[in-house]
Design a protein around this ligand. Structure first.
Ligand SMILES: NC(=O)c1ccc[n+]([C@@H]2O[C@H](COP(=O)([O-])OP(=O)(O)OC[C@H]3O[C@@H](n4cnc5c(N)ncnc54)[C@H](OP(=O)(O)O)[C@@H]3O)[C@@H](O)[C@H]2O)c1
Length: 177
């Protein structure tokens, strides 16, 4: 069981544009290996910030199903709607007690911290992140929502080309070395 930040990013370190647009990702040559399928199959619980949740709500509003079977914790200070069929738990504040709940719910599977970057930073600050799986796009976007707005000391454990559009980099936090 591990707590993982799994995400795609632009080469210059942004998850999305300032307007939360992700269409630039879809326009790239898609990965020639399915890394998401095996990853999500072993996720038992996930969490995300409000902007990421609102992006998914907009997707659902267009007629798409809620994408996750797993219990999902959403960090927000606001009252947001819950799509039909989704197991959503709204929370606010300290991430450590929420992480403890997610670990129990995951029942031995992985915990996915989806983002955004500041929320992931809160997990990193408290030593709760075990791994970062970052799919780097062959594209810069100049500005936007940051991948991880922190000074983070990491160790690269693998690098894999996924075709012309993406490379997957895996890191672990460097705790005391
Ligand atoms: N490229 C990818 O694969 C990928 C992956 C993940 C996300 N994304 C996209 O990247 C963007 C991320 O947006 P973002 O950087 O603004 O981050 P976000 O984490 O999705 O949203 C930030 C908001 O989450 C809430 N929040 C965060 N920590 C909290 C805490 N401890 N307690 C209570 N509320 C808390 C606050 O919302 P309120 O105070 O407003 O309620 C905060 O303004 C989205 O567009 C998302 O769709 C892309």
């Amino acid at each position: 069981m591990a707590t993982i930040y799994y995400t795609a990013t632009s080469l210059d370190g942004f998850l999305a544009t300032k307007e939360n647009d992700l269409s630039w990702l879809d326009a790239l040559p898609q990965p020639n290996t399915d890394t998401y399928g095996p990853f999500i199959a072993n996720v038992g619980a996930l969490c995300m910030g409000a902007a990421t949740y609102e992006f998914l709500l907009a997707h659902v509003a267009k007629g798409n199903p809620w994408p996750y079977q797993q219990p999902t914790w959403v960090f927000t200070h606001r009252n947001l709607p819950t799509p039909a069929g989704a197991d959503i738990r709204f929370v606010s504040g300290e991430v450590a007690p929420v992480h403890a709940l997610m670990v129990v719910a995951a029942a031995g599977k992985d915990v996915w911290v989806c983002g955004g970057g500041e929320l992931v930073g809160q997990f990193l600050d408290r030593g709760l992140l075990d791994e970062l799986v970052i799919t780097v796009a062959a594209q810069t976007i100049g500005a936007g929502k940051p991948l991880l707005p922190r000074m983070a000391r990491l160790r690269l454990v693998s690098a894999k080309m996924l075709g012309a559009g993406f490379a997957e980099l895996r890191f672990v936090p460097r705790r005391n070395s």
